[in-house]
Design a protein around this ligand. Structure first.
Ligand code: SF4
Length: 351
């Protein structure tokens, strides 16, 4: 089945012409307007979601032909006192966050809530994924051995009950930075024994001994992103392998850790491909999955192929949960660490 929109509107010739042009440009899938199909169908191969006429309008070029950013991907938030406090703390503790380095659209919202995602092992990544805004360069030297303690200190000052830690890929290190992850988990456990820790890890190039070091430090949630469908891996994340990602999740789950993954949509994937990824993740034992709209950080990065309509996210969440995932957090601005404390609350309770 492929995605289609069902829109409750009169199929006026001017609207149909605009939808047809947007569909030909790949900006919308097949659209059923008041029962008339704009697209190739066939109808019995389409999975239609009900899209509000106002939302469809946001996905069509303006009357002057200009593309626009749909209102639901424009983040809201403020630079309030909590934001300023979080920023000052990161500077005084000399820490990086993925919130800043990856230009996350939720930064005002999350930092104003007093949460952030620490990014350890430097600010330069050895990979050059085409969607990511973190700088690519060869990092200089080993990770800073004091950094785990500064992360723990900052988390304590922020009063975090749920701490999320990620890192740049460190393919220059034999263990890919796994020991540094483990040291950070241990420092957090020591400083904040009541808090839970989620780690969002790279694939360590399939070095399973490295993964074991992280697993043995027993994070409360082990997150590793799938990012996109296998057909697009070479274009989107050339240094990664889809099967490796699934194996990493499978191994972590087999070791008894709750596991989580995430994908971006809007990179040119088909619904059937997303369905297969969600099914593969469920089969790997993965329990939590995040799904969010890809937003291109700059003209140097991959362009957005299509903005999803708001109604598509609950449909994807329901699909994933039908396929066996415990919880799918889906929304235009959902990111892998988005409200991670609440998302982890959806994990099945184990005895
Ligand atoms: S969603 Fe994650 S990366 Fe983005 S601002 Fe929030 S905590 Fe940071």
């Amino acid at each position: 089945m492929e995605r289609a929109f069902r829109v409750d509107a009169v199929p006026a010739p001017e609207l149909v012409a605009r939808v047809r042009a947007a569909r030909e440009a790949g900006r919308v899938p097949d659209v059923l307007i008041g029962g008339d199909l704009v697209g190739d169908g066939p109808l019995d191969a389409l999975d239609a979601v009900e899209v509000a006429p106002g939302d469809l309008e946001q996905l069509l070029p303006t009357a002057s032909g200009r593309e626009r950013l749909p209102r639901w991907v424009v983040a809201k938030g403020s630079f309030g006192p909590s934001f300023v406090r979080t920023q000052a703390l990161m500077r005084t503790q000399v820490l990086n966050t993925v919130c800043e380095e990856a230009s996350c659209p939720n930064i005002q919202r999350c930092w104003s809530r007093g949460t952030a995602t620490f990014m350890i092992a430097g600010a330069n990544c050895t990979r050059g994924c085409r969607f990511c805004d973190v700088a690519t360069a060869r990092p200089v030297g080993p990770p800073d051995a004091e950094e785990p303690h500064r992360v723990a200190q900052a988390a304590a000052e922020m009063g975090l009950r749920f701490v999320v830690v990620t890192a740049v890929a460190r393919d220059d290190l034999p263990d890919g930075g796994a020991a540094h992850f483990a040291a950070t988990i241990r420092a957090l456990r020591e400083r904040l024994p009541e808090s839970r820790v989620e780690v969002l890890i790279p694939d360590f190039r399939g070095n399973w001994d490295a993964l074991d070091q992280v697993v043995e430090a027993r994070p409360d949630v082990l997150n590793h992103n799938t990012e996109t469908v296998p057909r697009l891996y070479r274009k989107v994340r050339p240094g990664a392998r889809y099967e490796r990602t699934l194996e990493l999740l499978e191994r972590s789950r087999a070791a008894g850790l709750p596991t989580k993954s995430g994908i971006m949509v809007g990179l040119g994937e088909r619904l059937s491909e997303v369905t297969q990824v969600l099914a593969d993740l469920a089969a790997s034992g993965c329990e939590l999955v995040t799904v969010g709209q890809y937003l291109s950080p700059s003209p140097r990065h991959l362009p957005v192929e299509r903005f999803y309509a708001p109604a598509e996210y609950p449909a994807l969440a329901a699909l994933g949960e039908r396929l066996g995932l415990a919880h799918v957090e889906a929304g235009p601005l959902v990111r892998s660490s988005f409200e991670a404390d609440r998302v982890a609350g959806s994990l099945p309770v184990t005895a």
